[in-house]
Ligand binder design. Structure first.
Ligand SMILES: [Fe+2]
Ligand SMILES: [Fe+2]
Length: 167
C-alpha cells in the first residue's frame, strides 16, 4: 500500500514495524511453548529490549498523535465515531503494554521462572491479539479516510509536528 498523504504513509510504516514486533513475540512464544527460556537468550533479550523501548516510546507517541491530532480532525469534519472507537481500543491496549513492560523489568532482574514465563506468554498473546488487528483496521479504514479528507495545508502542519520535529 502506498499513500500520497505523508502522514498516512508514515503511520502505515509504523504499523508495519509494530506488526513485525508482534510477529517476533508470536514466534518467541511458540518456540518456548513447552519450556522456560533463559532471559539472557540473545533473541529473547533483544525482543524484551525492543518492547521495553518501543511500547512506552514510539507506540505511545503514535497513539497520542492519533488521538490528539487525527481523531480530533475527523471529529471536526463530522466523523466522531471512528475516533471514539479507536481511542477505546488504545485504552484496551495500553494497560497490556504497561503490564508487559513491567514484567520485562522483573524478568531482566530475576530471570524467568514458570509463572513469570506463563505471564509473559499471556500478555504477549493479548498484545498481539489487540494491537495487531487495531493497526490493521487503521490501515484499512482510518488511513484511506484521512487521505481523502485532509487538505495539503493540514498535512503539512501535521507532518511538521509529527515527523520533522521528531527527526
Ligand atoms: Fe491507533
Ligand atoms: Fe495507528
Amino acid at each position: 500500500m502506498q499513500f500520497q498523504n505523508r502522514i498516512c504513509q508514515k503511520l502505515f510504516e509504523e504499523h508495519a514495524a509494530v506488526q513485525a514486533l508482534l510477529q517476533r513475540i508470536e514466534q518467541t512464544i511458540a518456540k518456548h511453548r513447552n519450556d522456560v527460556p533463559d532471559a539472557k537468550d540473545p533473541l529473547l533479550a533483544k525482543l524484551m529490549t525492543d518492547l521495553a523501548s518501543e511500547l512506552p516510546g514510539e507506540v505511545e507517541r503514535h497513539f497520542a498523535f492519533e488521538e490528539a491530532e487525527l481523531f480530533s480532525f475527523l471529529a471536526t469534519a463530522g466523523n466522531v465515531g471512528i475516533g471514539n472507537h479507536l481511542t477505546y481500543e488504545h485504552g484496551v491496549i495500553r494497560p497490556i503494554g504497561l503490564a508487559l513492560v513491567k514484567l520485562i523489568g522483573e524478568a531482566r532482574a530475576q530471570g524467568f521462572d514458570a509463572a513469570r514465563w506463563a505471564e509473559f506468554r499471556k500478555l504477549g498473546q493479548q498484545l498481539s491479539m489487540s494491537l495487531g488487528p487495531h493497526a490493521h483496521k487503521e490501515d484499512m479504514a482510518l488511513l484511506p479516510m484521512l487521505e481523502d479528507m485532509m487538505d495539503a495545508e493540514k498535512e503539512a502542519e501535521l507532518y511538521e509536528k509529527y515527523v520533522l520535529q521528531h527527526a
